[in-house]
Write a protein that binds this ligand. Structure first.
Ligand code: SAH
Ligand code: SF4
Ligand code: F3S
Length: 476
């Protein structure tokens, strides 16, 4: 009988990708997806450790799941609970010790071994049941290695379709060690997948209906993957710009290419030129800056200044005048003064972002910044967060308002909530609702933007001359 798998995903897009791949790994074992945790034979929590709040969610969710599991056991059936992702990597042993009901704890680099882990966990359960023991202690499977082999060499082909817009991990891990961040510890050292492997996966995704691909990496523009074996098997590597050009040429069915997340230090001229030259490369860039104060940037070990960031943006806008920008900001980093904070506000004013994410600094165990004495009081952080968010919100509204009345090419991705409505994305990552027949899903259509919602735009299919297939960049 088919078994049911429920995966709950927290955190970043890499976790969304990993969850899809874990489902691929488990499909040959007979696991199919369900949306209902309480009827699942196996539940995986794919967790995020980035801020304290994100981490805490794991533990409250595990509390609920353990009740589901106990109920299922009382009914004579069972449920395997697995904790994956960055909390598992950082706190795996503690989780196992605190919650013996958990069957499997695995890190982001070992999920290709899930079949073996499930087999071991199932055997342990059967033995327990044979001996009439309901709860086990120390019998769980813990695998938070950073194995020498790459999981990507062992994963099955991507099977479950991700739809019109798909994620493709091309790089993972981080060697930058910003002083506030857990990612280098939870994801490990920087690693890039070979070009050939990426092209093969991109082809597979497009065969499954993808028309847009977002290339993922914690430091995606540090990409340096092995060159294709046929053109250049000499062990040399390609950068992201070259990979993007190659993908655009080899997999033209992918009409749109995006990449995230980038670091300012790796935003080189080749990549900027690709934004000028490659029509499929979308005019949108998420480039976290964190702070506008050079003193704080140095304390954060970002290894760039606010001015360096401004110069990159200048070059990008020269290469691609309609490029829309997004960023991440941390307020209340230890030692942040009012003057430092004002410098962040100034940078935001100067650049103008289409959308952004801003966070209160959260001290993370094991990171250098957590040990700095001068932590900023919570009420100061709250006030700064409010101020920065109000400014970013104004910029978002202004950016969206500027599209009102314009005709933009929208890639239609899925059905909307209202009958007859489809939802897609503009080149600038804005969600756009439009009334259109379902068979248009997967197509790029010209939409005249007529209404502004809070986070979405509404429009109508452009008729007459406006519906002529404009080149995507002709809308600036
Ligand atoms: N380069 C990474 C960044 C991951 S973390 C990537 O692939 O996306 C995403 C954002 O979370 C960071 O840019 C930073 O703004 C924020 N962040 C990371 N650690 C944090 C912490 N300790 N407290 C608050 N925000 C944090
Ligand atoms: Fe974290 Fe900095 Fe690496 Fe981004 S670059 S993942 S913020 S350490
Ligand atoms: Fe979170 Fe790990 Fe991503 S900590 S943001 S899930 S890399």
């Amino acid at each position: 009988m088919a078994k049911k798998l429920f995966i709950k995903t927290y955190g970043c897009q890499m976790n969304v990708y990993d969850s899809a791949r874990m489902a691929d790994v488990l499909a040959p074992l007979g696991y199919g997806p369900t949306d209902n945790a309480s009827e699942a034979d196996m539940v995986i929590l794919n967790t995020c450790h980035i801020r304290e709040k994100a981490s805490e969610k794991t533990f409250s969710e595990l509390g609920r799941l353990r009740q589901d599991q106990a109920r299922r056991q009382a009914e004579g059936s069972d449920m395997i609970i697995a904790v994956a992702g960055c909390v598992a990597q950082a706190e795996g042993a503690e989780i196992m010790a605190r919650m013996p009901e958990i069957d499997i704890v695995l890190g982001p680099q070992t999920y290709h071994r899930l079949p073996e882990m499930v087999a071991r966990a199932t055997r342990a359960r059967d033995q327990r049941r044979g001996r009439g023991i309901a709860k086990h202690h120390g019998a769980g499977v813990l695998d938070t290695d950073f194995p020498a082999e790459s999981k990507f060499d062992h994963l099955p082909e991507a099977m479950g379709s991700q739809g019109v817009s798909a994620f493709l991990a091309i790089q993972e891990g981080c060697d930058k060690f910003c002083t506030f961040c857990v990612v280098p510890y939870t994801r490990g050292a920087e690693f890039s997948r070979p070009v050939d492997q990426i092209v093969a996966e991109a082809r597979k995704l497009s065969a499954q209906g993808a028309r847009e691909v977002t290339l993922l990496g914690q430091n995606v523009n540090a990409y340096h993957g092995a060159a294709p074996s046929r053109s250049n098997g000499d062990g040399s590597s390609w950068n992201l710009a070259r990979l993007v050009r190659h993908l655009a040429e080899k997999v033209p069915e992918l009409r749109r290419i995006r990449y995230t997340t980038s670091h300012p230090r790796d935003m080189d001229d080749n990549l900027i030129a690709a934004h000028r030259d490659v029509p499929a490369l979308m005019p949108f860039l998420h480039l976290p800056v964190q702070s506008g104060s050079d003193r704080i940037l140095a304390e954060m070990n970002r290894q760039h200044t606010a001015d360096h960031y401004r110069r990159i943006i200048g070059k990008l806008r020269e290469a691609c005048p309609d490029i829309a920008l997004s960023s991440d900001f941390i307020v209340g980093f230890p030692g942040e003064t009012e003057a430092d904070f004002k410098a962040t506000l100034r940078l935001i004013e100067d650049i103008g972002f289409a959308q952004s994410f801003s966070f209160k600094y959260s001290p993370r165990p094991g990171t250098p910044a957590a040990n700095i004495e001068a932590q900023v009081p919570v009420d100061v952080m709250d006030a700064r967060l409010q101020e920065v968010q109000a400014l970013l919100e104004r910029q978002l509204i202004d950016f969206n308002r500027a599209t009102l009345g314009r005709t933009v090419p929208v890639l239609l991705e899925r059905l909307g909530r209202d009958p007859g409505q489809l939802v897609g994305k503009s080149p600038y990552l804005q969600a756009v609702h439009v009334t259109a027949p379902e068979h248009h899903i997967g197509e790029i259509v010209d939409v005249e933007i007529t209404t502004l919602g809070h986070y979405t735009l509404g429009g109508v299919l452009a008729a007459g001359p406006a519906a002529l297939p404009l080149p995507e960049r002709a809308i600036a």
